[in-house]
Design a protein around this ligand. Structure first.
Ligand code: SF4
Length: 282
């Protein structure tokens, strides 16, 4: 009796220990993800004087494939003057880690000269307009000013570091052709095109000059995405550059990509050697 009771107690304790261990691991992985995967905004030294604002943003593009193209500085200064300031500027967007030095105009000078910045709140937002994504950091007005004054690295210097060329992996892309070698002469009518996309283009060349098969109807897609595993071969971008953007590390769908040429998207998906391009028909 005693032995059974002890064995059951030990089993329950081991089960509890396992559950607690799994919980701790899950919390730890969440914390690591929060610390290392979230975007990082760095304030840099502007080369445009008192009206410039230089910064850099790095983030995990495979988790967040967006194109940042707008910066916003927002000062809430209820105990000083001016009480509020909002400065926004567009810049040439980037879907990869980037550094920019932006001319913010005279309002930037006014912001830095504001009184009572110790009690003011400063918001710095980097915005991906088309993707409706914003990365925001908040700090005291005085801290923002101090970070600007103490910055030593310029956007140009950081840009040089960010653009260290990562060599793409090399591999063979199978050659694709839709032109067949000359056909043997025969009285029979041959079916030339097995790919419905090109059926209309090639059927007229068949021996006997039969009527051209109708080309497949095009269709729209409601969504196209890239699953993990892209080997950055460039095949998809070569076929449909308006939709696919191959970066140094992966392939992303361009923001606002046209989704009305489903046949072309399907062709790119079929050309993908690792079959990571997925789409759903509208
Ligand atoms: S998605 Fe496919 S076709 Fe496009 S670059 Fe990646 S591996 Fe190549």
């Amino acid at each position: 009796m005693n032995t059974t009771f002890i064995a059951m107690a030990v089993a329950i304790l081991m089960g509890l220990g396992l559950l607690i261990g799994l919980g701790v691991l899950s919390l730890l992985s969440g914390a690591l993800n929060f610390l290392f995967v979230k975007p990082k905004l760095e304030i840099l030294k502007s080369q445009l004087g008192e009206t410039g604002f230089a910064f850099a943003l790095t983030w995990d593009q495979s988790a967040e494939p967006v194109k940042y193209d707008r910066v916003r500085l927002h000062l809430f200064n209820p105990f000083g003057a001016p009480a509020q300031l909002d400065i926004q500027r567009e810049f040439d967007g980037s879907s990869d880690d980037f550094a920019r030095d932006i001319e913010m105009g005279p309002a930037m000078k006014e912001l830095l000269a504001a009184t009572n910045l110790d009690q003011a709140t400063m918001e710095v937002e980097i915005i991906a307009t088309r993707d409706q994504t914003t990365h925001k950091i908040t700090m005291k007005g005085s801290e923002f000013k101090a970070r600007l004054e103490n910055a030593t690295q310029t956007a140009e210097e950081l840009k040089a570091k960010l653009t260290v060329v990562k060599e793409k992996p090399r591999f063979e892309i199978p050659e694709r052709t839709f032109i067949s070698p000359p056909l043997p002469k025969t009285a029979k009518q041959l079916k030339l095109a097995t790919n419905p996309v090109f059926a209309g283009d090639f059927a007229g060349a068949a021996a006997g000059g039969g009527a051209a098969a109708p080309a497949a109807n095009n269709f729209s897609v409601s969504k196209v995405w890239i699953e993990p595993g892209c080997i950055v071969c460039d095949a998809c971008e070569g076929i449909y550059p308006e939709v696919f953007d191959v970066t140094d590390t992966t392939c992303v769908i361009r923001p606002g990509a046209p989704l009305d040429d489903g046949l072309k998207i399907q062709e790119a998906a079929e050309a993908c050697p690792v079959e990571v391009i997925k789409f759903t028909k509208a």
